[in-house]
Design a protein around this ligand. Structure first.
Ligand code: GLC
Ligand code: GLC
Length: 811
């Protein structure tokens, strides 16, 4: 069952009922200011850091769900309602939500009044703009009263929902003309405030929540809106809000458009005040002036659309499969951008408080994003590397506002360092910019202790051989990619975090996954050494990689598949010998991607075991059989009920590793089958079961051992976005950036006749036409660039900024 449809021409998902199986959200903002908005107008916004600079309140875990947002209430002769249905939930004669790239447009109609609210964050602008159009669709004159509403967060979202003894006394606002300013704590150390404006004279206002709602009312029944009269309240302590009141007289057929801005301003210390206790509003007024007229809004929206068209034009497919088209051309790159911006900080499952930017996550997000805006990827790599320690280890996360490592989340996840090599190599391959390797980058943000980025990569690489266990496999530390495989944790205290609790000295537990990752990313480090003329370095690294390959086959292979790990006692995890957790997906994907066991046929065996043991119609589960009880020596993985999350859920992040591995051994039909099982557009018809947005990936789909097999959770912020983009665009469709050009190496279903890719690469545009006359999965029989035949599979960089025709014949 569906709850809407794709509108590919407008690059939108159109939701046709407010009662989706879960709030279906969108993101606004591209650089510093961001908002989350659901199909019923719920959500919140923040400046750079969802924890430390939150503008509006949002209550997670609320009843009803998703209650809190930027709302426009309509009062129409005693009747009142909201165009997004929530929070008033009055029946609507028409409802539609269009989530587009960086904007959301919600339309509701009731009793001859149609309201459209279009929300977006303009480029280079620290605020949300709302264009609200109210139309009289009836044949009589209408007097409509509009009430806007936002509730302010007192900046620090964590403190805001815990520190009531202080917070209920500090709220302050200021009013001038049609603008409500929120200035809590501005009198002391903050140099920032927010404001909510509308572009016409108002007929009243409210800034005190209790006056607006009534102490015992919810957002569904504000007393001011019910009465149709503002109370002109001025907040002093308690909970500051901003509500404008506007009276609109509309002739039959008439429509009026208003523009609201919810903005953020920082003032330099010496420019904070205009007079005692009167904030300097110059910057706010300049921001408001930019959107005084609806035409300015339309122009800004057009700029946003052009921005997105440009980004999406970097990789485009022409194919007969419309679902594939909308994933590759629109929604997957869009999600990659959002995850790159947010890491795992703010979604409807991530509270914006718990997590900053992950070291491993951000490096992986970059893989799907780097072709869109390489300059920002470059900056991100430097930021991430600056939080690394000089022994190569890393903070697991850093705060985006301060760009410093987050001590609360700790260090010692032994896969982290390797992802820096992978992120950096992806950047260099995309851009050819080797100069990044010479950048001087601090360790742990200490400018007195720094080295080149290349040196950081070297320390990342050697962190593995410097930390080997009894079998010569990498020590796992706190955990590897699987945050929940906590082999040195031994936690028996309720509520203790498995990721940060004091670990026992771990010199035994080893990870086969990290071994695979080392062999997978190592060759990029070797190539970078060679290109810097470091032949000796390169040869040494190569020997270490070769050694790790052999060790993995010797101690990390279980006969039919790769083992997962050795625990603290040196016992196997992910082996036939285990009662539960006999086979795991991660090492099968990663080791085969790395090429381990490919020649001997063991890789194929491992991937066949995945089909036999882990496959379901909703995707591949993480392991089997699930853990039926808590194992103190395994940690969080066994804390989840069977079928959910890391305990045998379909963890969508690692399914693409299997796609890439299948492509590695040439099984194109299988690679695409795995792709289409979890790609959201292919699951749209089962939205009632899947429940999450059909336009973006979720982190997890419940596995076959779960009660709700096929139900997704944790949509939007997941490494799934970037890895699926890499799997489909590089491994399956086969256009892969390499140090010297674009490598062409498709691995597709045999039945496909062909497709065309337009790829912008280092300033040139390549129109790559791929045909498959002999219906093979893999193998390039002929490659021509502008009519000239090329030997090998790499399209060299032409470098003239023009469009070039590439023809590829498979066979
Ligand atoms: C989450 C984390 C990611 C981790 C994965 C598996 O997605 O963000 O870092 O690799 O879970 O535990
Ligand atoms: C929990 C989640 C896991 C995530 C981790 C991050 O363990 O299950 O997916 O990676 O938290 O801290």
């Amino acid at each position: 069952m569906k709850f809407g449809h794709f509108d590919d021409a407008r690059k939108e998902y159109v939701i046709t009922t407010p009662q989706t199986p879960y709030p279906w959200i969108n993101y606004l903002g591209n650089e510093n200011f961001f908002g989350l908005i659901s199909n019923t107008s719920g959500g919140y916004c923040f400046y750079r850091d969802a924890r430390m600079r939150r503008l509006t309140r949002y209550r997670y875990n609320n009843i009803p769900v998703d209650n809190g947002g930027r709302y426009f209430y309509v009062h129409d002769e005693g009747d009142f309602w909201t165009p997004g249905w929530m929070p008033v939930k009055r029946d609507l004669d028409f409802y539609e939500c269009r989530h587009g790239l960086g904007y959301t447009s919600i339309t509701g109609e009731r009793n001859g009044v149609r309201v459209n609210q279009l929300a977006f964050i303009p480029l280079n602008y620290n605020g949300e703009v709302y264009k609200v159009t109210v139309k009289n669709t009836s044949d009589k004159k209408k007097s409509v009263k509009l009430f806007s509403f936002v509730e302010f967060c007192l900046w620090n979202a964590q403190d805001d929902m815990t520190n009531f003894q202080r917070n209920l006394s500090i709220g302050e606002v200021e009013l001038k003309d049609s603008v409500i300013y929120h200035k809590t704590e501005y009198r002391e150390r903050r140099d920032h405030y927010s404001f909510f404006s509308v572009n016409r004279a108002i007929d009243g206002f409210d800034t005190d929540r209790e006056s607006f709602l009534g102490l015992y009312n919810g957002l569904d029944n504000p007393q001011v809106v019910a009465k149709g009269e503002p109370s002109n309240s001025v907040a002093s302590g308690w909970s500051p809000i901003a509500s404008h009141h506007l009276k609109l007289d509309l002739a039959p057929g008439e429509e009026q458009t208003l523009v609201f801005v919810l903005g953020y301003v920082e003032n330099p210390q010496e420019e904070k005040w205009e007079a005692l206790d009167v904030i300097n509003k110059t910057r706010a007024e300049a921001m408001i002036a930019k959107f005084a007229e609806p035409a300015q809004v339309d122009a800004s929206l057009a700029e946003l659309a052009a921005y997105w068209n440009n980004l999406l034009s970097k990789y485009m497919i022409e194919t007969g499969d419309e679902k594939l088209g909308r994933m590759v051309n629109i929604w997957n790159p869009y999600q990659c951008m959002v995850t790159f911006n947010m890491s795992r900080s703010a979604s409807y499952f991530e509270s914006g408080i718990g997590r900053g930017m992950g070291f491993r996550d951000s490096n992986q997000d970059l893989l799907g994003f780097v072709h869109q805006i390489p300059g920002r990827a470059r900056e991100r790599i430097i930021d991430i590397a600056s939080t690394q320690f000089d022994d190569g280890s890393a903070y697991h996360q850093y705060q985006p506002l301060t760009k410093r490592g987050n001590t609360e989340v700790g260090i010692g996840f032994n896969d982290d360092p390797l992802w820096l090599i992978s992120g950096t190599a992806a950047y260099v391959k995309e851009t050819g910019d080797f100069s990044i390797l010479d950048e001087d980058v601090p360790f742990d943000n200490d400018t007195n202790n720094s080295a080149t980025l290349f040196e950081h990569l070297k320390r990342s690489f050697y962190h593995v051989p410097n930390n080997l266990g009894p079998h010569g496999l990498p020590l796992i530390g706190r955990a590897d990619w699987n945050d929940c495989l906590n082999l040195n944790c031994f936690s028996n205290t309720p509520g203790e975090s498995f990721q940060t609790t004091e670990n026992i000295e771990g010199k035994v537990a080893e990870s086969v996954f990290i071994a695979g990752l080392f062999v997978f990313v190592g060759p990029d480090y070797v190539e970078i050494c060679r290109r810097r003329g470091l032949e000796k370095e390169a040869a040494e690294a190569e020997a270490l990689i070769q050694g790790m390959k052999e060790t993995t086959m010797k101690h990390g292979f279980d006969g039919d598949w790769f083992l997962r790990a050795y625990d603290h006692f040196g016992d196997k995890i992910g082996s036939k010998e285990c009662a539960e957790g006999q086979i795991f997906i991660e090492p099968q994907g990663m080791c085969v991607m790395a090429g381990i066991g490919v020649e001997s046929g063991d890789a194929e065996k491992a991937l066949d075991s995945v089909i036999e043991k882990l496959e379901t119609k909703h995707g591949i589960v993480l392991q089997q059989p699930p853990y039926s009880k808590y194992y103190i020596n395994l940690g969080e993985i066994s804390s989840y009920p069977p079928g959910y999350k890391e305990n045998a859920g379909i963890f969508c992040h690692n399914n693409p590793w299997i796609m890439i591995a299948e492509a590695e051994i040439g099984r194109g039909d299988r690679a695409f089958e795995v792709y289409s099982r979890i790609a959201p557009a292919y699951r749209e018809d089962i939205s009632d079961l899947h429940r999450m947005e059909p336009y973006v990936y979720s982190q997890m789909i419940a596995g076959r051992d779960a009660v709700r097999h096929g139900e997704a959770k944790n949509s939007w912020l997941t490494g799934t976005a970037s890895w699926n983009f890499v799997a489909i665009t590089q491994a399956i469709l086969g256009i892969k950036p390499d140090f010297d050009g674009l490598k062409v190496d498709p691995c597709i279903p045999k039945a496909w006749d062909g497709y065309t890719i337009t790829r912008v690469f280092r300033g040139d545009t390549y129109r790559i036409k791929i045909t498959n006359p002999n219906h093979v999965s893999k193998g390039v029989a002929k490659l021509t660039l502008d009519g000239q035949e090329i030997t090998g599979q790499v399209i060299p960089v032409v470098g003239d900024g023009k469009t070039h025709e590439v023809e590829v014949v498979l066979g």
